[in-house]
Design a binder for this molecule. Structure first.
Ligand code: 9PG
Length: 479
């Protein structure tokens, strides 16, 4: 079928799809595969990465995507299909820039879709079954907003202000250390004290290790006593080949047609496997885990490496969504922060959603970003770039730009760099840090106090420019 759905924007765009009719800001299409023939040659494609850490930015169509190394890390960097392709594909949506600066956007309304971008073509395809699509041609911010209005929403009240153990102590946490920090943060207006990776015995063995001799319920109680909600990190669908769970239930591992485990990445010096989120016993196990940590007293759960539940990629998103619906049900009113999570398939279920790679107390790791061609590694530049291109999701979910740094101690960041991340906390409303107050100078402590206790007025001046309080910030230089 051939139609002209964008007549009102005076752009004649041939479309190969079933046309459903106009919606605010654009047009609705239907089909397993849809083709949009742009009547112009665009130099740039909006490439949307699959999960939290995946590259999301405008890419130059004159240069094909570069392979990411080492290969073993690809499953945790993006939808593996996107990284193997020789052309630019995005996850769920894609867009081209028109000659007048407006943006032609094609976005799936269902889960499990990919979009190919060429200078004069957007090709959308659902990995399985068919579904609906939004098509619009508008000013950049308007067209993304129009698309977002058609996606699921879950807007919980008041994005949290939290202390997270990861970006200071990484997995070297222990009970005495956390109790010490808890004393230090007690005077500050945090809401959540979140324990990150390092408390568990092993992936798949979610009991406290020997560094937490009095157990996790004990710590949760101390946290509540100080007036905070207790938060805990989990990677519920991830295991390593030596996890006790793998020995007990080899049939729970996600495998390909030949029975080989599907690679889920490489981290903590080990190769990673995924639990099969389509297996009812796995879902019972994960639901039991959520019930257990809730009973310990944790009502803020950081659910990490969630892409594992959707592997091998877009094909797994329907299964992922069903699994996460089950977790949402089990978690009740607990705040769920999804991390390393397929973005579009998480909307409507997550309270908070990490929308970029990890920050770090440095700007960029060039060994990784340049030589290994990996834009998903920790570092402030990578984190800010992808977060900036996902701010349009603010109307659908609380977007987490990751923690801000206030410390000059143990950090390579300049004050200007730190401020870019602090302001992102104001822009998103999601305010977190890992700095223990004892690492801060009196001025830095004052700054953290101000960050937590009042919200600055934020006014978007363009896609990368914001007025934050009295200052104007322009992030365009880092793209
Ligand atoms: C704990 C951390 C923190 C952090 C999460 C996640 O190899 N990787 O690609 C990779 C990406 C992110 C990552 C770890 C490894 O960090 O984002 O906040 O919770 O896990 O291990």
């Amino acid at each position: 079928e051939f139609s002209d759905p964008l007549r009102e924007s005076r752009l004649k765009v041939p479309v190969l799809a079933e046309a459903l009719g106009p919606v605010p800001g654009g047009y609705l299409l239907r089909g397993r595969e849809v083709r949009i023939f742009a009547p112009f040659a665009s130099k740039r494609f909006f490439r949307h990465g699959w999960q939290s850490w995946s590259l999301t930015t405008w890419v130059d169509l004159n240069f094909p995507p570069k392979p990411l190394f080492p290969e073993a890390r690809r499953p945790q960097a993006d939808d593996p299909f996107l990284l193997e392709a020789s052309e630019w594909w995005g996850s769920g949506l894609g867009a081209l820039e028109g000659p007048d600066g407006k943006v032609l956007l094609l976005g799936a309304l269902g889960v499990g879709a990919r979009v190919l971008g060429r200078e004069d073509l957007l090709l959308g395809r659902y990995a399985e079954g068919e579904g609906e699509w939004f098509l619009g041609y508008r000013e950049r911010m308007e067209v993304f907003a129009a698309y977002g209005r058609l996606l699921p929403r879950r807007l919980s009240k008041g994005p949290p202000r939290l202390w997270c153990s990861w970006y200071s102590f990484y997995n070297r946490i222990h009970e005495a250390l956390l109790l010490e920090v808890l004393e230090e943060v007690a005077g500050l207006p945090f809401e959540v004290f979140q324990i990150d990776d390092g408390w568990q015995r092993a992936l798949g063995d979610w009991e406290p290790n020997e560094r937490f001799p009095r157990g996790m319920a004990f710590l949760a109680e101390r946290i509540w006593e100080k007036g905070f909600r207790a938060g805990l990190w989990l990677a519920p669908f991830l295991v390593t080949p030596d996890s006790p769970l793998v020995r007990a239930h080899p049939e729970w591992i996600l495998r390909d047609g030949e029975g080989r485990p599907i690679p889920a990445g490489f981290n903590w010096g080990k190769i990673l496997y995924a639990l099969d989120s389509g297996n009812e016993e796995v879902l019972d196990h994960v639901a039991g885990l959520v019930r257990k940590v809730r009973a310990w007293g944790y009502d803020y759960l950081k659910l990490d490496f969630l892409y594992a539940a959707a592997l091998p990629g877009a094909e797994g998103e329907v299964r992922y969504r069903k699994a996460m619906e089950r977790i949402r049900e089990e978690a009740g009113e607990a705040y769920l922060l999804f991390c390393g999570a397929p973005i579009l398939a998480s909307l409507g279920l997550a309270d908070g959603l990490r929308v970029g790679p990890d920050v770090a107390p440095y700007w960029d790791n060039e060994d990784r970003s340049f030589w290994l061609q990996d834009p998903t590694g920790p570092g402030l530049r990578n984190a800010l770039r992808t977060t900036l291109h996902r701010l349009w999701l603010r109307e659908n979910v609380q977007v987490d730009p990751d923690v801000a740094f206030f410390r000059s101690r143990f950090s390579l960041l300049s004050p200007e760099e730190m401020y870019l991340q602090e302001a992102m906390g104001e822009i998103t409303g999601f305010k977190a840090t890992s700095d223990p107050p004892s690492w801060l100078s009196p001025e830095e402590r004052e700054r953290l106090w101000a960050f937590l206790s009042r919200d600055k007025e934020v006014k978007p001046l363009g896609p990368y420019r914001f007025r934050v309080g009295e200052e104007v910030l322009d992030y365009a230089f880092l793209l």
